[in-house]
Write a protein that binds this ligand. Structure first.
Ligand SMILES: [Zn+2]
Length: 305
């Protein structure tokens, strides 16, 4: 097998519809520092297909190597930085406010894609018994050994023997990266107790595509929407609600997600973060009035009945 061999998705991986339409083509450009099997995809093309039935958008070409995505995420991240990073603070506050609205009794939480343990730390500090599942070995080991957290270094589909064990499961900024997103939601659904909740945060296809086109047009960014097999799944509130219902969960609410707040104390970053907050507040008010979610990122909560 050549390393950049792919198989082609012929139908929507969320709803199985065969009514799909190509909406964008992008070339992969991996820089140095990635695994050589991943780097071999440099110069290959990917097609963004959009499902005409559920509006899910996804990469038609999927690497045949079953370990491709594990290799894709084996960067040398600094676990200490990720554990203490505060760029997702407002996302965490918003996520837990949403969880406590629908699941006030707290209990046992599982963070899928727990990475540096940032969410688990927040959950523990707020009265949850938190565990994680993480495919990045370095991150999982750091959390388990150095921070004494329970982190399972595996894929969620292989995380067996824990059915019906959790009150809360979180999938924050994870599903856009994974092949077989429906399989992950199905696995999460099985792991939940009846009455438990699943929270998913993902980039929102329509507004993200629009933002990227504007940035490309004005030369602000030449980055594509797939970002080198980084974002292979692009959701909408409709496609998420549909797949969640198929997996035996009841969607409760889909809100405009808070943004990551990057940067230092410099005026430029402060200004950017003020703009992000104002835009988020305006879009969330708009959603509450009209029911239309136009956020660049969306967070959905669903319950297992
Ligand atoms: Zn579909």
């Amino acid at each position: 097998m050549s390393y950049h061999e792919v198989f082609l998705l012929k139908k929507c991986p969320l709803c199985d519809s065969e009514r799909t339409k190509p909406v964008k083509f992008e070339k992969n450009e991996f820089g140095s520092g990635v695994h050589e099997d991943v780097e071999s995809f440099t110069g290959t093309w990917v097609t963004l297909l959009k499902c005409q039935d559920c509006s899910f958008a996804f990469s038609k070409e999927i690497p045949s190597d079953p370990d491709f995505f594990t290799k894709r995420y084996q960067f040398n991240f600094d676990p200490g930085f990720e554990y203490n990073a505060n760029y997702k603070s407002s996302i965490l506050v918003q996520t837990f406010k949403l969880i406590e609205k629908y699941q006030p009794s707290k209990g046992k939480l599982l963070d899928l894609g727990s990475f540096g343990g940032n969410l688990m730390k927040f959950a523990s500090e707020h009265g949850y018994e938190a565990e994680g599942v993480e495919v990045n070995k370095n991150m999982a080991e750091h959390c388990s050994k150095t921070l004494n957290m329970v982190v399972h270094n595996t894929k969620v589909q292989d995380f067996e023997g824990h059915a019906g064990e959790y009150d809360v499961i979180t999938l924050i900024d994870v599903l856009e990266h994974l092949f077989e997103p429906r399989g992950v939601i199905e696995a999460a659904s099985k792991l939940l107790k009846p009455g438990g909740v699943l929270v998913i945060k993902v980039p929102h296809y329509g507004p993200q595509h629009f933002k990227q086109n504007i940035a490309n047009f004005f030369g602000i960014s030449n980055r594509g929407i797939f970002h080198n097999f980084g974002h292979i799944n692009l959701f909408s509130s409709r496609s998420l609600s549909k797949v969640i219902s198929k997996c035996g969960l009841e969607p409760l609410e889909c809100i405009v997600a808070e943004s990551e707040m990057w940067g230092s104390d410099s005026l430029k970053f402060k200004l950017k973060n003020i703009i992000r907050t104002v835009v988020h507040t305006a879009l969330e008010i708009f959603r509450k009035i009209t029911g239309l979610n136009l956020g660049l990122n969306i967070t959905i909560i669903a319950k297992k009945n």
